[in-house]
Write a protein that binds this ligand. Structure first.
Ligand SMILES: *Cc1c(COP(=O)(O)O)cnc(C)c1O
Length: 415
């Protein structure tokens, strides 16, 4: 028992459990994985080396590991309707790096959404491998609507002739038109990489357009709306691309795959194929729309005016608050969101003018539209007097009470 053998670590584990159980998790890239997923991730597959791919390993003893990895591959292919899949990337960043390795040569030009506008570090940020090893032409959202400006992307693509265009987003509250991205990519001879990390669960459930059939390669994390373990996968439309991707992941970038996490991915893909997951994904979007409406009614400004996904980006400038201040005040009241730059943010990425929130985790707990109204009211209350400790304490107590009605891991620890 860890509680006996290592009370120091156990103490922190218990406190984190309490935080997850008693607070409101509004970070849009987070979720609560099922007990089955977590059991798989923490199970005996931890112990096995399996460099290589199923039936072609560099270690013995992989007969059951192979079966599980093959199952994970079959399940993710069927979930997204893709002919080829690699389930070995340790994380989304590794999956993206593998796609770069497979399809580009260092020095090639890539186009992706500016990090400060909602792209990802791996989409060409100068502090990331993608910005250091490749020539980057970042594109921006439309300055007024804050929507993807496909005409402008097409113009830049025509001008710079990139080798790859990246359609992937971390703070974009609207649906992405992958068909338009594919048309632009084809017209300038670029490959299209779709990074559906944030919306994979919505895509699996048919609540967001799928990049499959449009993209030359699709990458995704497994732990966001898809509600699996921390990890990632890559989908390829052709055998030629799949071979390049496999080589890029191993031996190009990784050694032994995390077979325990691959088992947990297999479990998560199985869960995501069940009818209940469709209901879940539908409710994520319904909840996000309800939360957005309630926030608008309380005089919050939302980037792009609302949402049609799981994600909401609040522009805090009319509340005379920075993202950092808002995040800190909400955290003290038991509401976890994250500060985030808004398009053309006047503040630095450490301060920001925005707050990024989302509904995947709360929806997993079973919360619905009615609870979203309460969440908006609590946020309003805390952010009206962000330094008032009595307000925070009052809200925190109310949240704890509601969280008790929507238990998530309450059986995990008996105190
Ligand atoms: C989360 C995310 C990633 C990176 O995932 P990690 O597992 O944190 O490396 C990449 N791209 C997008 C669009 C993401 O949202």
């Amino acid at each position: 028992m860890l509680s006996q053998s290592d009370p120091q670590v156990w103490n922190f584990y218990k406190r984190e459990w309490r935080r997850q159980e008693e607070g409101l998790e509004l970070i849009p890239s987070e979720n609560y994985a099922s007990l089955d997923v977590m059991a798989a991730a923490g199970g005996i597959f931890t112990n096995k080396y399996a460099e290589g791919y199923p039936k072609k390993r560099y270690y013995g003893g992989n007969e059951w590991i192979d079966e599980v990895e093959l199952l994970a591959i079959e399940r993710v292919k069927s979930l997204f309707g893709s002919p080829f899949a690699n389930v070995q990337p340790h994380a989304g960043s590794q999956a993206n790096m593998a796609a770069y390795f497979a399809l580009l040569t260092p020095g090639d030009t890539v186009m992706g959404l500016n990090l400060s506008q909602g792209g990802h570090l791996t989409h060409g940020s100068p502090v990331n491998f993608s910005g250091k090893w490749y020539k980057v032409v970042p594109f921006s959202l439309h300055p007024e609507t804050h929507l993807l400006d496909y005409d402008e992307i097409a113009r830049l693509a025509e001008q710079h002739k990139p080798k790859m265009i990246i359609a992937g987003f971390t703070a974009y509250p609207r649906q992405v038109d992958f068909a338009k991205f594919a048309k632009i990519s084809r017209s300038c001879g670029a490959k299209l990489m779709a990074d559906m990390s944030h919306v994979a669960g919505l895509v699996a459930a048919g609540e967001h357009p799928s990049p499959i059939g449009h993209a030359d390669v699709t990458t995704s994390t497994t732990h966001k709306t898809l509600r699996g373990p921390r990890g990632a996968f890559i989908l390829s439309p052709s055998e030629e691309t799949a071979k390049l991707i496999d080589k890029a992941v191993f031996p190009g970038l990784q050694g032994g795959p995390l077979e325990n996490m691959i088992m947990a991915k297999a479990v998560a893909f199985h869960e995501a194929a069940k009818p209940g997951f469709k209901t879940y994904a539908k409710q994520i979007v319904k909840n996000a729309k309800a939360l957005a409406k309630a926030l608008l009614d309380l005089n919050f400004t939302l980037v792009s005016g609302g949402t049609d996904t799981h994600l909401i980006l609040i522009d805090l400038r009319n509340r005379l608050l920075t993202g950092k201040e808002a995040q800190l005040a909400l955290d003290a009241a038991g509401i976890t969101g994250n500060k985030n730059t808004i398009p053309n943010d006047p503040q630095s990425p450490f301060i920001t003018s925005g707050l990024r929130i989302g509904t995947p985790a709360l929806t997993t707990r079973g919360m619905k539209e009615k609870e979203m109204e309460k969440v908006a009211q609590w946020m309003d209350e805390v952010l009206k007097s962000p330094a008032d400790e009595s307000v925070r304490a009052k809200v925190k107590a109310e949240i704890r009470k509601m969280a008790k009605e929507f238990p998530i891991y309450s059986d995990l620890i008996k105190e």
